[in-house]
Write a protein that binds this ligand. Structure first.
Ligand SMILES: Cc1ncc(COP(=O)(O)O)c(C=O)c1O
Length: 417
């Protein structure tokens, strides 16, 4: 916190009796601990940087991530200062262009500031893309058969309203290779295909798609490439410009430590004027604003933006590569635990380059209800039905995975091999 903010906070607390903010986060452990005792490093990260109680095994980061203490502090500090009327700037976003925030975010995401709009979530960005493109009856949108409802729905709305055609292509699980996945997507392009839409990381199975390979081939055929990146930013290293896609929408509140309600929308520079904004107020047609035109959405809570920037800072302070290595090694451990139980089917690829931190299993038709009940009783946070996607983030402990599999064995009456 800078000196001015500290003074504001102290003055606000004194004047208005504001509650002190959450117990401040401790400094990160020294990274040299990673070399000497990595488990201790990550244990301290969980205990000192997150509010997760010790008894909670949280394995559903894929739905919504957990904001660490510095993020919660940033949000509450901002709200406290606003409540004390001690802010120099208007405490909102929705009419503002947030240039500073977008410059920082775009540097991290590998695109230009003017290609990046801040939204509330991937659903919103994906809806803006599907609603905002000029498409006419008979135009075809091709997508995988593993798209999240938030990605598919916008195209189906266009089908009902404007008569476009939506076609799904089946993705094998587990897939064999990136070449196989690229071949499936690119060979599905037909004479009427105008848009190829797919998730960069497939929601049901956690499979990482070969985004660049697909976009290179599809764009060379004049097809618009739209990527649902809800699970990408924060889970794996990415560079939006190198993806060579036309549009991308993401949800930093999943893997980038942002508070709920943070989204990003990437619009490749040459497409900026082609997309019609969906939510509009003054400035909606000011093309000089570039991507910021799509942020003119009316009054919103700036504290959430401040939280998102704190989440990005948290990620950078630990180091995105260290984070990836940790969450991926936990995913490999998860995979191996599933593999040792032959009654499970693993839907993620055996090739660990094809998954980051999400591994999906299914129960081969067995009734998994006893598992959901016992896991809930033991405070193991999962969400599944006939299949289960397990997420590992930096607060996940190996013992959380062990507790989950032991619970599964017990609930379903199996013994590990
Ligand atoms: C692939 C994919 N796209 C979009 C979404 C929607 O994300 P949000 O609820 O953050 O808008 C999800 C949510 O899980 C998802 O998995």
């Amino acid at each position: 916190m800078n000196r001015r903010n500290l003074l504001h906070r102290t003055a606000a607390a004194a004047l208005f009796g504001l509650a002190p903010s959450l117990k401040a986060a401790k400094a990160l452990p020294d990274s040299s601990l990673l070399d000497t005792n990595a488990e201790e490093y990550w244990k301290r990260i969980r205990e000192e940087q997150f509010l997760l109680p010790d008894w909670r095994a949280f394995l559903n980061n894929g739905s919504l991530g957990v904001a660490p203490r510095p993020v919660l502090d940033a949000v509450t500090d901002y709200l406290s200062r606003g409540a004390g009327l001690l802010m120099d700037e208007y405490p909102r976003w929705g009419y503002e262009t947030l240039d500073e925030e977008r410059a920082t975010l775009s540097a991290f995401l590998g695109c230009k500031k003017d290609e990046l709009a801040i939204t509330h979530n991937a659903t919103e960005g994906l809806s803006m893309i599907s609603a905002g493109l000029d498409l006419k009856a008979g135009d075809e949108v091709v997508m995988t058969d593993q798209e999240h409802p938030s990605g598919k729905a916008g195209w189906h709305r266009r089908a009902q309203r404007d008569g476009i055609v939506v076609r799904e292509v089946p993705i094998p699980h587990p897939p064999k290779s990136w070449d196989q996945l690229a071949e499936i997507m690119v060979s599905a392009i037909g004479p009427k295909t105008k848009v190829l839409f797919f998730s960069g990381i497939l929601s049901p199975t956690g499979v990482i798609m070969p985004v660049r390979q697909i976009c290179d081939a599809a764009r060379a055929k004049g097809v618009i490439c739209v990527v649902d990146g809800a699970h990408m930013n924060g889970q794996i290293a990415l560079n939006l410009s190198e993806f060579n896609c036309d549009y991308y929408a993401g949800s930093p509140h999943k893997w980038m430590f942002a508070p709920a309600g943070c989204g990003i929308l990437y619009i490749r520079e040459e497409n900026l004027d082609r997309l019609w904004p969906t939510i509009v107020t003054g400035g909606w047609d000011d093309k000089a604003l570039k991507a910021a035109r799509f942020m003119k959405v009316g009054t919103n809570n700036k504290a959430i933006m401040v939280g998102m920037m704190a989440g990005l800072q948290f990620m950078k302070s630990i180091g995105p590569e260290r984070i990836y290595n940790r969450i991926h090694s936990l995913a490999k451990l998860n995979y191996s635990m599933a593999k040792s139980r032959p009654w499970l089917e693993i839907l993620s690829s055996e090739d660990d380059r094809l998954y980051g931190s999400l591994v999906t299993i299914s129960f081969r038709g067995a009734n998994a209800k006893p598992l959901w009940e016992l896991a809930a009783k033991r405070k193991i946070w999962i969400y599944g039905s006939e299949r289960l996607r397990i997420s590992t983030h930096i607060h996940t402990r190996p013992k959380d995975l062990e507790a989950f599999y032991a619970t599964m064995d017990e609930a379903l009456g199996h013994k590990a091999a």
